[in-house]
Design a protein around this ligand. Structure first.
Ligand SMILES: Cc1cc2nc3c(=O)[nH]c(=O)nc-3n(C[C@H](O)[C@H](O)[C@H](O)COP(=O)(O)OP(=O)(O)OC[C@H]3O[C@@H](n4cnc5c(N)ncnc54)[C@H](O)[C@@H]3O)c2cc1C
Length: 475
């Protein structure tokens, strides 16, 4: 900004202190600093937060190796032969977990460093330490030997969450693990029991199955991935079964104990499942205790999440909150958007409230499951009036060529108008393929807009256009 522009500024941009350097915090810091706000960010671990250091980046890096192994095994059907001594590629390919985890850690640290440099380049002040609110404008930072008081016009809380533990299944970091601890393993678990079939449990079960572990997934529900598209969950269960991944449905893990050389999981009906390791994925708890929220007048929900409105305001006038600590939707992309919205509101920039019906997300299982907008379950519940077309990828020429056998495209359009309101993609690369549908949902495009857009032949996206074509409303 030139000095002339500076002089013509109608008001001073408010300063901002941010508690927590994950996507909710660092994205907000970048936007605020770029707008001329004086920004201080307080972080106790490292920039990027749990998203970069223990959750998103490490898990997706591990999954990239599993994907690569799955592709190698599947490539034998495309005519690739390997000089495997025993002729069986499934046993000849070996995942070196020490090397994989080494790569995971380096990549996460590099990503964290990139974020720190980006923030520093924008003039954001980074304070490493544990912060707590003294009032709605003040954070006290415990830096070990010293304490520091940070004051700002407004505060953004983005402290994230940590893995929930079962009292009867305490992680020991060796055999009973939470998802932050698997990157310290040097040996691939021979028999891994995953407790919890939500997104995190399903992703790790799929990944370790791909890496070569014998995996048992303990699911308390009828189907894995409760709350997600039921057709997608069914495809995933079929693939799990084909790949030898055992799913124990309607089974609740009551306790996990160590044995001499492994673990034993006791289920609700008293039966026991034995394995070498157990990974517990039973949700998260917000990091909202003992950080002075009561003193700052910030109200919590009964689950301990910070109450926020659509523009990330809390119950305290100067305090905003973003990310997993708000319990709105535990996604890095949503945390980042909440943080940006908070900044836009703070500085008086054009701001529109968070629109959850536009959020696209992906489950990085094999195959991947991506979705956006209104779900079929919401149509069935009568929340929206819509039409659905589901097209299997089995008839897609490109899918056949690439030996992609599992998956589908589903598009949901508003009944009568044909406006695209939702969609699901199951298949390899679903996280990329969902984008045209997400764009259509965000921009309120008509199914004809997608149908009449050229797609490459042959391509998987051809099926997106074809599904849209089948939703054409004849006027
Ligand atoms: C295994 C796993 C995989 C996931 N994969 C994906 C994915 O693929 N895509 C996706 O969108 N989302 C994914 N998520 C969800 C995603 O990780 C979270 O939604 C995201 O991290 C939320 O960001 P955040 O900024 O709210 O919190 P975090 O990333 O948790 O950051 C919060 C930060 O605040 C710091 N902090 C907390 N308290 C204090 C304090 N008192 N003082 C100083 N610092 C403090 C913490 O150290 C932490 O660094 C995944 C989650 C898990 C568990």
């Amino acid at each position: 900004m030139t000095s002339n522009q500076e002089a013509s500024k109608p008001f001073a941009v408010p300063s901002l202190a941010i508690l927590g350097g994950g996507p909710g915090g660092y994205e907000a810091a970048m936007v605020a600093a770029a707008m001329g706000s004086q920004v201080t960010i307080v972080e106790r671990l490292g920039l990027g937060g749990a998203a970069v250091l223990t959750d998103v980046v490490p898990s997706k890096t591990l999954i990239a190796t599993a994907e690569s192994m799955n592709r190698s095994i599947d490539s034998t059907e495309l005519g690739v032969s390997f000089n495997a001594d025993d002729g069986d590629l499934k046993t000849a390919l070996r995942a070196d977990l020490k090397q994989i985890n080494g790569r995971v850690k380096v990549l996460a640290m590099e990503q964290s460093t990139d974020i720190r440099r980006g923030l520093e380049a924008l003039g954001v002040r980074i304070v490493i330490g544990t912060g707590r609110m003294l009032d709605g404008r003040t954070i006290e930072v415990d830096r070990g030997e010293t304490k520091e008081i940070i004051k700002a016009d407004a505060v953004l809380i983005s402290v994230g969450a940590h893995p929930r533990e079962l009292a009867t299944a305490r992680p020991d970091g060796e055999r009973i693990l939470n998802w932050t601890q698997i990157y310290d393993l040097d040996e691939l678990p021979e028999e891994l029991i995953v407790v919890g079939s939500g997104v995190t449990g399903a992703e790790f079960a799929s990944a370790f199955n791909g890496l070569g572990s014998n995996v048992t997934l303990i699911s308390s529900r009828d189907q894995v991935l409760p709350g997600e598209d039921s057709d997608a969950a069914a495809v995933l269960e079929q693939v799990f079964e084909r790949r030898g991944l055992r799913v124990l449905s309607r089974s609740r893990a009551e306790a996990v104990e160590r044995t001499a050389d492994g673990v034993v999981v006791t289920l609700g009906d008293g039966s026991k499942v034995t394995g070498t390791h157990c990974l517990v994925c039973v949700g998260s708890i917000p990091n909202t205790t003992d950080i002075g929220l009561e003193t700052a007048g910030v109200e919590l929900t009964p689950s301990g999440h910070i109450k926020v409105d659509g523009v990330s305001r809390t119950s305290s006038p100067n305090v905003y909150a973003a990310g997993d600590c708000t319990g709105v939707l535990a996604l890095a992309s949503v945390a980042a958007m909440q943080g940006r919205i908070a900044v836009a509101h703070l500085v008086g920039d054009g701001v529109s409230p968070l629109k959850l019906t536009q959020v696209s997300s992906n489950i990085f299982t094999s195959p991947e499951i991506a979705s956006v907008g209104v779900s079929e379950a919401e149509l069935e519940a009568g929340k929206y009036q819509g039409d659905v077309v589901k097209l299997s990828l089995q008839t897609n020429a490109r899918a056949k060529m690439r030996n992609v056998n599992d998956g589908f495209i589903k598009i949901i359009a508003r009944r009568g108008s044909g406006t695209v309101i939702g969609g699901v993609v199951v298949g390899a690369g679903a996280c990329e393929l969902i984008f045209p549908i997400a764009l259509a949902v965000a921009q309120k495009l008509h199914v004809d807009d997608i149908a009449n857009t050229f797609t490459v032949y042959p391509s998987l996206s051809g099926s997106i256009a074809e599904a849209a074509r089948r939703l054409h409303v004849h006027m």
